[in-house]
Structures are given as C-alpha cells and as structure tokens.
Design a protein around this ligand. Structure first.
Ligand code: TA6
Length: 304
C-alpha cells in the first residue's frame, strides 16, 4: 500500500508500528500515524509533522480541523497544530518568504516510535536543506516528539547545525475546538502586554479574562505559564501548558477574515480559537552553532 510517492504505509508500519499504540494509514489523502493510549487517540500527518486530531479517553475532539482538510496539495492544512518554524508570520527582512516558515507543508520523516503502559510516542524529523529552504541560509535539525498519555504533549527541538548563530521565532499553532466562541473565555493572559496584529500597536495588558466577539489576532509577550480556554458549551476547560515559550498567540479570524481565507467552512470561526505556544514578537531565540532549543506544549482537558 503506498499513500504517496516516497511513502510506503507497509514499510512505515513494519519499521515504526507499535501494536496497540502506533499505527500508520492513509487519511485526508496522505500518510498519517494514529497514536492510541488508554482510550485516547491522536492523528498525526507526516506532512508538516501536523497533529490533526486529539480525542482524550471518553472525551470530545480537542482540535478544530478545516472541513476542507486535504494533504498533498502543496499547501498547509488549516487546523490541528501546524508547526511555524523557523519564523512566525513573515520575516521582517524577507517578506517574500512563506508565511509561518518552511516546514508546514513539507514531508517529515519518522525517526522513532515507542509504546509503554498508557503511553505512545512518535518522533519526526525535518532537516530543511538550502534547496527547499527558499534561500534560508542556515542548517538546522528540527525534531518533533509527540507523546500521548492522558494529555497530548508536543516537544519541538531545534539544533543549529551550521557555523553561524541564527535567530529563531516559532509557534505550535494550536487550533482548539470549542462549542461556541460566544461562550468562551481565555484565562492566563491577564495583565500581559500584547501586540495587536490588527492595529500593529502595543497594548499594556487587560485585567479580565479574554472574551471574543470579533476578529482577534494578538501576540502576548511575557507569558511563560499555562493558558486555559473555558469551553462553557461543552462544560470543559482546555489547558495549554508550556515550556521554552515566552509568547502566546491568540487568534480568531471572525467573519470577514474567514470569508477571505475560504477554508474554515460556513461558521467555522464560531467553533475554534487558536492558542499558540510561541516565541514571537520581541521573544526571539538566538541559537549558537551546536546549540539546541526546545519548545513544549502540553494540552489537557479538565472540568470547568
Ligand atoms: O497565528 C495567527 C496568524 O498569524 C493570523 O494572522 C493568521 O494569518 C493565521 O496565523 C493563519 O495563518 P495561515 O498562514 O495558516 O493562514
């Protein structure tokens, strides 16, 4: 069985499959890994190293995914957890570079898998070469560890394999699924300064939890701690804990931007909010030759 030229599902299953924990199949037109652990399940596309789905044991879907999600189109899939690397947004000095970096639409390679009691893990590698890096003149190894237990944890490690230091911005661009955006509040960003991407202005911070009644696109700085999305409709709290991240991006496109983007579905904006574990804005990471940086997000579901 081959999911796409260059990928053989049989070969992936033989090399990396783990009974009852890690399995490979074709979904959305491309190869994906299915992780299971004590009734929880996650789906990971090899394209982009992108988690597309996370359902905790006995729970509801945690990640929002475009109804038009399709792999192998050369474009990033909207939804799940896209990997923005080695820049977030557009690099200020190279506006013609692809938005959100080099690895969202490229194929990642399986570098490891493991299964233990109540845990399954997949390790993916991406190593942009100058040929596909659109002129990005650096050498780096990017590794993503995805661990499913009663939470979902992503650890994105960057190793500078070149001779020069380089500046890194990055994000685990998590699209959380919510029952109704009108009945959501976001806690953990109170009194934190943010860049309002809609006005390009700094805002000193707000005392109250964030509620969303229009387009929101903010890069919060000085936010090393967990952020919680209270999804009242589903009587649950979606928590995004973090390590190695000083920024949190909060985004909902609302009606007009959704119409311009065209792949959120009729009322998709009502059922999603992005809480992105990042280093962006002022929070850049300078990586010396041989140095590594690790960005971790851990998603869990609890009662309100
Ligand atoms: O993370 C927020 C953001 O930068 C928004 O400005 C919006 O552009 C979003 O990312 C989606 O970007 P994409 O390139 O996936 O359409």
């Amino acid at each position: 069985m081959s999911a796409r030229p260059g990928f053989s599902l049989d070969a992936l299953e033989a090399r990396w499959g783990r009974a009852g924990a890690v399995h490979f199949e074709e979904r959305y037109g491309g190869p994906v890994a299915i992780l299971t652990a004590h009734g929880a399940r996650a789906v990971v596309a090899l394209q982009g190293g992108q988690v597309l789905s996370y359902v905790p044991a006995g729970g509801l879907e945690v990640l929002w995914l475009s109804p038009q999600a399709r792999l192998g189109t050369g474009k990033a899939v909207r939804g799940g957890i896209p990997i923005c690397w080695p820049w977030f947004g557009l690099p200020p000095t190279q506006p013609d570079y692809p938005a959100h970096g080099l690895v969202r639409a490229r194929d990642w390679l399986v570098a490891g898998s493991a299964a233990a009691e109540g845990q399954s893990r997949l390790v993916l590698n991406a190593e942009p070469t100058s040929a596909d890096a659109g002129g990005w003149p650096r050498r780096a190894l990017l590794q993503l560890e995805i661990t499913l237990t009663d939470t979902l944890m992503l650890a994105l490690s960057t190793e500078n394999r070149g001779e020069e230091p380089f500046l890194l911005t990055e994000a685990l661009h998590t699209y959380l699924a919510v029952g109704d955006i009108a009945a959501v509040r976001v806690e953990g960003l109170e009194r934190r300064p943010f860049i309002d991407q809609l006005t390009k202005r700094w805002v000193g911070g707000e005392d109250a939890p964030v509620t969303i009644a229009g387009e929101v696109d903010r890069i919060y700085q000085e936010t090393p701690d967990a952020v919680r999305v209270v999804d009242t409709t589903h009587a649950r709290c979606l928590a995004v804990a973090k390590r190695g991240s000083q920024s949190t991006v909060l985004w909902n496109p609302w009606i007009d931007k959704s119409a311009r983007l065209g792949d959120l579905g009729a009322e998709g904006y009502r059922h999603m909010v992005c809480v992105e574990t990042a280093n962006a804005g002022k929070d850049t990471v300078t990586l010396a030759p041989g140095a590594r940086h690790r960005l971790v997000a851990e998603i869990s579901v609890g009662p309100v």
